[in-house]
Design a binder for this molecule. Structure first.
Ligand code: GLU
Length: 260
């Protein structure tokens, strides 16, 4: 199984459906538990980069409007929600003695070498300074062709740009199942995946929940990106963010995607 002690720099991705209540408002208790756990990781000498979704949902909840029906509305709600999210992260992390830094990315930053280098420099400097980079897609200006197609993919690229040792995807599901556990009661959790082949891809099923954009297919795509770069990945249920301690203690939880 994984050697958590070897991981010095980790990217943790948390999805909208894990960060928010059913009607879209931010789940403060869960966010605080996540921040406390990650702060403890920092205190233990592990560098942490957080990729957080939830901007659009938080914006909608804050403004009290309907779910966006067009791109302009989605972009506007992301602008409102992103600052709401950062306000909370900043407050909670600061309660535990840590400083956050916001990084908003579009896909061109990954694709254009000079921009990617600039991002690498910024991440490295922030981590050297002991800050916690908090990353999201720059949804308010991101257009077709510039977007990542969701934060599962974004988090994979962030792991590459940060030269992370591990990517942890905190989801609303315990990990990868051999078939859709919402439809089949005998679905079995796969604890370890060594390489993504057709058989593994066929286990992914359809899209995610109403509020999130992910689903297992985008998580497996993210796994492919990081594994190719030699970075392992976990999918864990983020319902109780303290589950991360179990990982640290070497317990076998969620699904581990091993890198060659
Ligand atoms: N960037 C989007 C947001 O913050 C979420 C995208 C995703 O969950 O994949 O609302």
């Amino acid at each position: 199984m994984s050697e958590f002690a070897n991981y010095r720099r980790i990217v943790v991705k948390i999805g909208t459906s894990t960060l928010t209540h059913d009607e879209g408002h931010l789940n403060l208790r869960r966010i605080e538990a996540l921040v406390k756990t990650l702060s403890d990781f920092k205190n233990a000498g592990i560098q942490v980069i957080l990729v957080s979704s939830g901007a659009v949902s938080a914006g909608v909840a804050r403004v009290g409007t309907h779910r966006p029906t067009c791109t302009a509305e989605k972009q506007a709600m992301a602008a409102v929600g992103q600052s709401e999210l950062m306000k909370l992260y900043s407050r909670f992390f600061s309660d535990y003695g840590h400083t956050v830094a916001q990084i908003l990315l579009t896909k061109d930053v990954i694709d254009i070498p000079s921009r990617r280098e600039a991002a690498e420099d910024t991440f490295r400097t922030l981590l050297e300074m002991g800050c916690v980079p908090i990353v999201n897609e720059n949804d308010s200006i991101s257009t077709e062709g510039l977007n990542f197609g969701g934060n599962d993919t974004l988090a994979a690229y962030v792991a590459l740009v940060c030269h992370a040792d591990l990517l942890i995807n905190l989801s609303d599901i315990d990990g990868l199942y051999d078939k859709d556990p919402r439809r089949f009661s005998d679905a079995k959790l796969i604890s370890r995946v060594d390489g993504i082949d057709e058989r593994v891809l066929s286990m992914a099923g359809g899209a995610g929940t109403a509020r999130g954009t992910g689903g297992m297919a985008t998580k497996l795509r993210a796994a492919q990106i990081v594994l190719e770069a030699g970075i392992p990945m976990f999918i864990l249920n983020g319902k109780e963010p303290t589950i991360l301690y179990e990982l640290m203690e070497g317990k076998q939880i969620g699904t581990y995607f091993s890198a060659k």
